[in-house]
Design a protein around this ligand. Sequence first.
Ligand code: BGC
Length: 771
Amino acid sequence: MKNYITHDEWCIVENGFHAEYNEITESLMSLGNGRMGQRGNFEEHYSGKSLPGNYVAGVYFPDKTRVGWWKNGYPNYFAKVLNACNWIGIDIKIGEEVLDLNMCEIETFSRVLNMKEGVLERIATVKLAEGRRIKIHSKRFCSMADDESGAISYKLTPLNFSDNVTITPYLDGNIRNRDSNYDESFWNEVHKETGFSQGYLILETKQNPYGVELFQVATGMSFDIKLNGLKTEYQSLPVKIDKYVAGTVKVEVKEGQELSVYKYGVNLSSTNYPKEKLLEECKAYVARIAEEGFDRLLETHIQAWAEKWERNDITIEGNIAAQQGIRFNIFHLGQTYTGEDERLNIGPKGFTGEKYGGSTYWDTEAYCIPFYLSTAEQKVARNLLVYRYKQLDKAIENAEKLGFTDGAALYPMVTMNGEECHNEWEITFEEIHRNGAIAYAIYDYTRYTGDDSYVNDEGLEVLIGISRFWKQRINWSKEKGQYVMLGVTGPNEYENNVNNNWYTNYIACWTLRYTLEIIGKLWTQDSRKLNEIIIRTNFSLNSEMESWKHIVENMHFPYDEKRKVYLQQQGFLDKEILTVDDIAGERPINQNWSWDRILRSCFIKQADVLQGLYFFEDEFQTEEIKRNFEFYEPMTVHESSLSPCVHAILAAKIGLKDKAYEMYVRTARLDLDDYNNDTEDGLHITSMAGTWMSIVKGFAGQRVKDGMLVLNPYVPEQWNSYSFRIGFQGAGLLVSVSKTDVSIQNTSGKSLTILLGNQRLFIDAFGSVRV
Ligand code: BGC
C-alpha cells in the first residue's frame, strides 16, 4: 500500500516528485473523453521510469496468440487496444541542455489532477547545470466537448538566467505496446506532413492474417508560441523522420520572461471517417480548435464536466479520503465510456494502461451497467447492450468452434469485435458464467428503465442464443437423476475445472427461466413480433421450451444440509476449511503460493456463491444470505478488484456495517493507495463502478422492485452524511442521507413515487421530501 497522494476533495495531488512511483502516478492522472485516453506522462522528454500511453477508442491490433501448449479452440489472436501516436510531446532544450526531470535537480514539484474540471496541471522548479533555475507550468486536457482532441498549455520561465530556448512540439508514431506478444511494432506509416507550426501523421495498423480490418489514425497538431503572453515572431523548422513529425522553434528568453507553448492535438480514426478523407478532416479539425484557442476550449470542456457531475456526483461529509476516493472512481468511469458509440465498450483498465488489452469482459454487464443506468442517459446503458446484440453472430460462431450447434451462443471471455481473445483453457472454455451475466444485464436494464423495447426487439435473440448454449452445456446425470454442469470455472478463478459450480448452475437456470418468461410475455403482448423472432432464430416453440422447463425443474444445486449453505461446487467441503486469518503474512496468495496450492486450497479470489446471492437476492431469505456470507467471506482473499464491492453490498444488506465499510474502503481507494501493487499497469476501471455500487446499492440500499425505486439508506459510522444523484425513469433525484434524516430532492420535471424503507413517498416534480 502507498500513501503519497495528498487527500483532497476534488483533486488528486502529488506533492514532491515521486520518481519511483511515476508509473503509478501516470495511471492515476490519466485523462480521457471516451474517444481517446492519455496517461499522465510528462510533455517534455523524461528518461526515468515511465509508461507512455495514448489510446484511441476502437482501434486495436490482433496480436498473434502466444501459448506454451496449443489447444484446439484457442483464438488465433488477442485484440489489443493500441498504444498510439504520442501527441503531447514537446521537447525542450535550454541552451544546449535537454530538459529532462530525471537528469536535473527538482526543487519544487506538484502534479494535480483536477477532477471537477478534468485538467492535469504540473508546476515545478528545477535546477539545471551550473545552477540555472527554471520554472515549468503545464496544463492539459482531453476535451469532453470536442472528443477527438486535446490541448496543452506549457510554460517556461528562466528564473536566474537568459538564454535561447529550443522548443520542439512533435507527433511520434514510434510507439510500441509494452505487452506486445512478439515485441513487434503494430504501426506502419501512411503519410506525414508538416506546415508552419503544424504536423500531421497518418499511421495504419500492420497487415494481419486474421481478416481484422486495418485501422488508420490521423494525428494532427498545431502550436502557437507566446512570450510574456504576447504574440512573438518565430520560425518553425520542420522535422520529418520515420513515423515522426515536428516543428522546431528557437526563442531567446530573458530572465523572468514567460515562454508559453500552446499545443492542440487531434486523433481521428478510420472507424469514424473514410480513410481517404482522414487527412482533410484532421486538418480542418486542427484548424478549428487552434482558432478557438486554449482558453475557450478549456471553458467548454469544463462546462461538459460540470454537466456530468450534475448527474453523478457523490458527496461525503466527514471523511476526505472517502470523498476523494469516490470522486476518483466516478471521474474515471466518466472519462472511459460516454455511451456515444455503441461499437465501444469498457476495458477493465479503460485507457489508462495496456493490461487486459482494452477488451470487453463480463465486468461490463455485471458491474458497470448499474452505474451508467443510474447516472447517465438511458441510451448509454442501452448502447452497452446493443454492443453484445451486434456480436451475437460471432458468439454463435464462437460456440460452433467449440462444438455447439443450432444457434447456441457463447459470448467471449475477452473480446474487442465479438471474437474470443482469451487463451487459457480453464477460462476460455470453462469460465462460461460470463454468458449468464450478459443475460442478466438485459434483465437489469429492463427492470431499471421500465423500457422493454430492447428485450423485445433485440435482447430476446441474445437470450435464446445463450439459453440454447446452457441447454447443450448441461447434461443429465443418471446417477443423480438431475441435470449437472461439468468442467467449469466459476467467478472464483482460484478453482478450475470443477463440477456443478453453484453460481454457474444458478445463472444458467435463471437465464432459461427469464427467457421463458420473456417469450410468454411477448406471446400475449405482440405475437407478431414473437413470430418474427421465432422465424429469425429458427426457434422450436414447443420442444425447446419444454426442454428448458425440464432443466429448470431438475437442475442440481450442491448444498450442505449441515451448515445450510450452497456449495461453491461439488466436493467443496473436502477441502481443509480455513480462514484468511490462518494465512496472514502469506497474502496475496497469487504472488506467494504455487498455482497448485491455490487450486487445492479453500481460498476464494472473488465473490462466487455470493455473486449469485447478490444478483438474485429476491429469491433468497436474508437469513440464508447471511449464513452463506458468514461461511464464504472469511475464506475470501479479494484478489480480484471486483470482489470487495459485492461483499460491501451484501454486508450492508445483512446488517454487517463494519464489514461493509471495510470492503468499501478497499474498493474506493484500491488504485489511489495501490492496494494490490499493480496500479502502474493502469487503473481498475470496471471495479470503480463497484465502488459506486457499494455506496448507492450498499449504504443507500438502492433497488428496484415491481417497477419502483427503493432506498434503504444508512450512514456509515465513519461519515457524518453523504449525498448522491441518480436518475430513475426520467426523474432525477438528489438523495442526502444524514445520521438523523433523509432528504430527497427531485431535480426534474417528472414526479415519482418511491419506497423509502417500507414507506411510500410521492415526490413532486422539482419538489422535495424529508424524512
Ligand atoms: C477477474 C475476472 C475479471 C478480469 C478482468 C480477473 O482478475 O477474476 O472476473 O473479469 O479480472 O477484470
